[in-house]
Design a protein around this ligand. Sequence first.
Ligand code: FMN
Length: 449
Amino acid sequence: MYNISRNNAYKKQGFQGTYNNLFEIEPTRPGASNTNNTDDTDPTNVCPLHTPEARKYHYLEQDRYVHSPHLTPQLVHLLFAHQPPTHKLATLAGMSALTRNRTTQTMPNDLMLEYYVQRARGGAGLIVSEGTLITRQGTEWPAAPGLWDRSQIAGWRKITDAVHAAGSKMYAQLSHGGRANHPDAPEQVASGVPVYAPSAIAARGGKFRFIPGEPGYVVPTVLPDPTTIVAEFKQAAINAKEAGFDGVELHGASGYLVNQFLDFTSNHRTDKWGGSAANRARFAIETLKALKEVWGSDVAIKLSPAGGHNDVGMPLPDTIETFGYLLREVEKLGLAYVALVRYNPARDPMFDGKPRGTPHDVLATFRPFLLTTPIFINGGVTPGEAESLMASGSVAGVFMGSTWISHPDVARRIKAGRPLDNVVDFAHLYGKEGVDPAVGYLDYAEAVY
Ligand SMILES: Cc1cc2nc3c(=O)[nH]c(=O)nc-3n(C[C@H](O)[C@H](O)[C@H](O)COP(=O)(O)O)c2cc1C
């Protein structure tokens, strides 16, 4: 039997098992046999957190006990079901979605397989795929992957099978760029549809390096009926299931389509999809409901209420009203998790000499809206901070992004006490014309163990 112990709060609650660190699994019950026993009065039941309240969050997964006041059964299933019993690392430090622009014309390939498997071997309990387009679209990354066609499904299937064999779970991040697409981008031309967005308001910024003149964003076409894109999200979710993913994360962050609906600077609609906070949140909620029809509770959403990326952001009271409304509704849906991205000035564009985003403490602000839905915090999270955030009970887990770019073995390093000292090869972040795509992608060194 294994006890997964990960925070000091357990010590305070009288936890007697072996405590090491956030990421440790220790054998603590070698003689235990009656593993399904939840009878308080049975003396053979030696569960260290054996109170009715604790038992609510006490799950037997494969051959190990999992204890956490923050783990729902859903999260336990998500994070641990694929960890073979011999795998001594159960990490709550997931890998967030990272666009790397390495497909073969939107088709997932063996290069990507190797990249994700490196990170699964490196201990990522949950990997979220790079932003994966639900339909053909002309984004700034012409080699971003898609999930609308059979070859893409087959390509992803190879990747998810390999990631599972290496011991990790994988969610597909479903994405639609909305106005952050360009009508002259080859994929957009091939799609046969205009660049749709909630309203005909151009985002400032953007740089389409592969289009002559490197243009920026354009005034988009008003999306006539948002339910058409909700249906496309649903089809992509069906495809994600066939592709062997463990669930889907709706990309509601970074100023892409879902975020464009939420934000009243990009959404001036006067129908039921615009205006009030409830109306602006409708697109996100309807999409989540459609994803749930396919996936049940294996659905998540990523939000960046503080960020100004792609020219979104509202004054703080409106931000709180809008995202607060959305999260209250999300709470009713029963999602696997909500990923909240913290404010990062380095990722906030400047317009008219001012940062575009709405700096505030997203965790403190929105934690109260999510009483049962697990929160994963993201944005500059260090291992030490992750441990204290979890110990304080404010999050269920963390996502790291950039750290996983330059370290294929983040979780293994943390467990072994190795420094996270590789530097990101920015020149090859998204690949480079004429350079082997493996450079700056597959060549980051693991630590010596
Ligand atoms: C190269 C790069 C690509 C990214 N691509 C995506 C993406 O496809 N989808 C997404 O939701 N976030 C994307 N992000 C944001 C990260 O997932 C993460 O939210 C952000 O980097 C903050 O986490 P960190 O400070 O740990 O890096 C990307 C970030 C980087 C650096």
